[in-house]
Design a protein around this ligand. Sequence first.
Ligand code: FES
Length: 131
Amino acid sequence: MTLFPCTTRRHAFAQFLVCASGCCCGRTDKGKPAVPVSRLKTEWRARRLNPRVQLTIAECLGPCDLVNVVAVFSDDDPIWLGGLVEEQSFVELVLWATASRDASQLLPLPPTLQPHRFQRFTAPPPSPELL
Ligand code: FES
């Protein structure tokens, strides 16, 4: 039996999940930086990035303290980005997605977005009671 018995007819090679609601991301009403959701959707549509590079506007992805979180999935390790407080960072996301679509593969993370990368899953620090 194959490891992946279920298949889809929708062939994407990457998916960008952009957190835009929850407690923090995009919550300008709480003084947090905006997430340009309308602009992202417009650019994704105009550049015809779907379905090869899927855009999903998501609710909370978990690491809320790094406001404006993006997770990028492909057949490689996930890439997690946080602290995207400048609109230019979202422009870089669109350009990265476009270049990846043109290359038919998820290209390496652009250097301009590298400072936003973080490791999502880590072991918690030891509890003081255990020390
Ligand atoms: S509100 Fe965006 S990660 Fe929680």
